[in-house]
Design a protein. Structure first.
Lengths: 336, 348
C-alpha cells in the first residue's frame, strides 16, 4: 500500500496567478504522521492544498502526493485522501447519515457499503445518536464532526483537515483534537492539519510546515524547531541592570523584560554562570526555570526575524544568534 | 407495652408515650411522614454526577478495506442522488412545492390521453378528431404554447433548476464534489442529465403514453403506426430540444446565482418575456424577426417544421430558428461551464 517514501514531496513547486506568485520554489518532504500546515493569511496554504489535491495546475516544478503525480493523477490522489474543508460543505436540509453516505458514494462506494460505513464513522466522530437529524439543526461542532465523517468514510491514508477546530467551543474543540489524535495514534492514519490555532497543531502534530508569502519558512519536527529557542527564565530582585550587563559581558545572550530575563540555554553551565553573576552583583534570583517556547513563539520568531530565508530546522539552528532574538515590546522596555 | 420510646431515632428520643399522653396524632404523623425525622440535619443530599463529561462512548477507529468503484459509479451516484430525491428520502431533498407541481403537471399532461380514452370509450369521432393523435396534437402535446409552455413546462423547469448548482455554491457542497475524484465535466453533465431526465418524465413519457394509448384504445394497426411514427418521432425530437434548451438556460442561470429564486424566475422571464416582446414588436412594428430572441418561438418553429404543421413564422426558414437555439444553448452552456470551473474547494 505504501509505495512511496513521503506523503507529500514537492520539488521547486511554483504556482502563479498572473504576476502574483502564490507558491514559490516550494521544496517539501512530508513524512507519515501528523503535520501542521501553518502560515498567516495569504501565505499560500489554500493554494498549496488545492495544488496537492490536483485541482489546480502548478506553474512549474513537480509534486507527488502518496506517490501520485499532482499534475496528472488528481483523481487518484483525491480517491486516497480525505479532505475536510474549513467552511460549511454540507446540505442543511439533509440528514447527517445520508450526507455522509452520499459523500462515500461520490468516491465510488457501493450505496449499501456507503450506508454501513456512514454509520460507523458517525459513531466514531460522536454523532451516533444524532445521525438521523437534519444538519441544519446542528451546532458548529456537530457540523465539523459531520465534515470529518465525510472525509474519513473511505478510510483514507491521508486526511487533510483545514482549520478543523475553528469556531468550536472548548468541549467540541477538545473532542475534535482528541479525535484527530486518535486517528493518528490508534488509527495509524496521517493527518495534515492547517490551522491558526497553534495549541491545537502542537497537540496533534509532531511535524510542521510553515508557509509565508508563498515560500517555505520552516519545516521539520516541532520539537526540533522549538529546541532552537530554549532559554532559561529568571525573575530578578535588585540590580537587574547590573546583572544584565554582567551576563552580557561574559558572553551570555540575554533578553530582558523588566525584572524578567531570558538567557539563551546554549551550554550546560549557563545556570552556574547566571548564579555566579547574580552573586557577584548582589542580585536576588527569586525564580529560575527552563523556558520552552510555544509554537506560537516560534511562529512569531520565524515570521518576524527569520523571514523565509530559513528552510529547515537545521538551517534555523545554523542561523546567527541575533537572528533568533525576540525583542520585548516597547511597553515592557524592549529596544525596537 | 405501656411505654414506647423511639430510641432508634435520636430526633424523637425526647418523645415518650404514656397512658395520660393526649392523642395528638403526632406519633402517626412521624410514622407516616417522618416529619421531624432529619429536620435537624442542616445538610442537603446532592446527587453527584459520576459520568465524565465529553466521553460517553469508546472511540474506536475502524479501518475499511473495501475498494472504490470507477468513474461510472461516481457519476451514477450523482444522477440517482438527484433523480431519486423526487421520489425517496435519503437523496437530494427537493422541496414539496416542486414535488407537488411535478405531480400536477404530470397529471395535466395526460389530459389528451384521458380524452383519447374517453373518445374511444363513447365512440365519438368528433371528440377523437379534437384530441386523438394527429399531426397538430402531437405538436401541441410537446410544444403547444398554452397551457403547456406557459403554465407547465417552463415553471417545472424553473423549479427543478433553481438550486441545482447555486445551492452547491451557497452551502459550500461544491467542496464535497471537487475534493473527490469528480471532474467538473462529470459534475455538470450529471446535474444536467438529472434535470433533463425529470423533465423527460413529464414531457416525453406522457407523449409516449399518449401515442401508445391511441394505438391500444383505437386498435391501430401497423399501417397507421408506419404512417404516424415519423410524426411521433418528430414530436419526440422537438421535446428533447425543448428539454435541452430549458435545462441549458436554467442551469446557466443557476450557475451564476447563490439562491434558487433568481434562476427560476430568470428562466420563466426569459421564456415568456422574450415571447411577449416578440409579440409586441410584431404588433407594433409589423416585424417578426424578434422571435429569434425567444427560445420558445424558435423551438416551436423548428418543431412545426419537423412535424410538418403550419409554421407560425413561415416567412423565415426554420434553420434560422435552429441556429438561434444552438446559439442560445452554446451561450448558456459556456456560462455554466465557466462558472462551474471557478467553483472552489477551499472557500466560496
Amino acid at each position: 500500500m505504501s509505495d512511496y517514501e513521503y506523503l507529500i514531496h514537492t520539488t521547486d513547486l511554483c504556482k502563479s496567478y498572473g504576476p502574483h506568485m502564490a507558491l514559490e520554489n516550494l521544496n517539501l518532504k512530508v513524512k507519515k504522521g501528523a503535520t501542521g500546515l501553518l502560515g498567516p493569511n495569504g501565505a499560500g496554504k489554500s493554494t498549496f492544498l488545492k495544488t496537492m489535491l490536483g485541482l489546480i495546475q502548478a506553474t512549474s516544478g513537480e509534486g507527488q502526493v502518496l506517490g501520485h503525480d499532482i499534475r496528472t493523477e488528481g483523481p487518484a490522489i483525491r480517491s486516497r485522501i480525505g479532505y475536510m474543508p474549513e467552511y460549511d460543505a454540507l446540505n442543511p436540509e439533509m440528514e447527517a447519515i445520508y450526507q455522509v453516505k452520499y459523500s462515500g458514494e461520490l468516491l465510488g462506494m457501493n450505496p449499501t457499503v456507503a450506508m454501513s460505513r456512514a454509520h460507523e464513522v458517525l459513531q466514531y466522530v460522536g454523532l451516533g445518536e444524532q445521525r438521523y437529524r437534519e444538519i441544519g439543526g446542528f451546532s458548529t461542532g456537530m457540523k465539523q464532526a459531520t465534515k470529518l465523517a465525510c472525509s474519513i468514510i473511505h478510510d483514507p491514508e491521508l486526511i487533510i483537515a483545514d482549520e478543523p477546530s475553528n469556531g468550536l467551543d472548548s468541549v467540541a474543540r477538545e473532542f475534535m483534537i482528541n479525535t484527530m489524535q486518535n486517528m493518528v495514534n490508534a488509527g495509524d492514519r496521517s493527518v495534515m492539519m492547517a490551522s491558526h490555532l497553534m495549541d491545537d497543531v502542537e497537540r496533534v502534530c509532531e511535524n510542521m510546515v510553515l508557509l509565508h508569502k508563498g515560500k517555505l519558512a520552516a519545516q521539520g519536527k516541532i520539537a526540533d524547531l522549538k529546541d532552537i529557542d530554549r532559554e532559561i527564565e529568571i525573575h530578578v530582585w535588585g540590580n537587574a541592570s547590573k546583572l544584565e550587563e554582567k551576563m552580557l559581558s561574559i558572553g551570555l545572550v540575554v533578553r530582558r523584560e523588566g525584572r524578567i530575563m531570558r538567557i539563551l540555554h546554549e551550554s550546560e553551565d549557563v545556570t552556574t554562570k547566571i548564579l555566579a553573576c547574580a552573586a557577584e552583583v548582589g542580585s536576588q534570583i527569586r525564580r529560575m526555570h527552563e523556558y520552552e517556547a510555544s509554537l506560537e513563539d516560534l511562529f512569531i520568531v520565524i515570521m518576524e526575524n527569520l523571514g523565509y530565508e530559513i528552510k529547515t530546522s537545521e538551517d534555523l539552528l545554523r542561523s546567527p544568534v541575533h537572528a533568533r532574538q525576540v525583542d520585548a515590546p516597547g511597553y515592557m522596555g524592549g529596544g525596537s | 407495652m405501656d411505654e414506647q420510646t423511639t430510641s432508634e431515632n435520636p430526633a424523637s428520643a425526647d418523645v415518650s408515650f404514656t397512658e395520660s399522653t393526649p392523642v395528638t396524632g403526632q406519633g402517626r404523623m412521624d410514622a407516616a411522614w417522618g416529619s421531624r425525622d432529619g429536620d435537624e440535619a442542616a445538610t442537603a443530599q446532592v446527587a453527584t454526577n459520576s459520568a465524565s463529561v465529553g466521553y460517553v462512548f469508546e472511540q474506536v477507529y475502524r479501518p475499511w478495506n473495501g475498494s472504490l468503484n470507477p468513474r461510472w459509479m461516481r457519476n451514477w451516484a450523482i444522477l440517482r442522488h438527484h433523480v431519486l430525491g423526487i421520489f425517496r428520502k435519503g437523496h437530494r431533498p427537493w422541496g414539496w412545492p416542486t414535488k407537488l407541481f411535478m405531480v400536477l403537471v404530470f397529471i395535466a399532461s395526460l389530459g389528451d390521453v384521458a380524452l383519447t380514452l374517453l373518445s374511444s370509450l363513447i365512440g365519438s369521432p368528433e371528440l377523437h378528431a379534437m384530441w386523438g393523435v394527429n399531426r397538430d396534437n402531437l405538436y401541441g402535446h410537446v410544444l403547444g404554447f398554452f397551457p403547456r409552455n406557459v403554465l407547465y413546462y417552463p415553471i417545472l423547469a424553473a423549479l427543478l433548476v433553481g438550486g441545482m448548482i447555486s445551492e452547491d455554491r451557497n452551502h459550500g457542497t461544491s467542496a464535497l464534489y471537487f475534493s473527490r475524484p469528480i471532474s467538473r465535466f462529470d459534475y455538470l453533465m450529471m446535474k444536467y442529465i438529472s434535470v433533463a431526465m425529470i423533465q423527460a418524465f413529464v414531457v416525453l413519457f406522457t407523449l409516449m403514453i399518449y401515442y401508445f394509448v391511441e394505438i391500444l384504445a383505437m386498435g391501430r394497426g401497423w399501417a397507421w403506426i408506419i404512417d404516424t411514427f415519423p410524426l411521433f418521432l418528430a414530436a419526440f425530437i422537438g421535446g428533447v430540444m425543448l428539454i435541452i434548451t430549458y435545462t441549458s438556460i436554467g442551469l446557466g442561470l443557476s450557475s451564476v446565482s447563490r439562491g434558487k429564486f433568481f434562476p427560476g424566475i430568470g428562466l420563466v422571464a426569459i421564456v415568456l418575456g422574450t415571447k411577449t416582446l416578440a409579440i409586441l414588436v410584431s404588433n407594433l412594428f409589423e416585424r417578426d424577426i424578434m422571435y429569434l430572441l425567444s427560445p420558445y418561438d424558435c423551438l416551436a418553429h423548428v418543431g412545426q417544421a419537423l412535424i410538418g404543421t403550419q409554421t407560425t413564422y413561415d416567412q423565415y426558414s426554420w434553420t434560422w430558428s435552429f441556429a438561434s437555439i444552438v446559439l442560445m444553448n452554446a451561450f448558456f452552456l459556456y456560462i455554466m461551464s465557466s462558472r462551474v470551473a471557478t467553483m472552489e474547494v477551499t472557500r466560496e
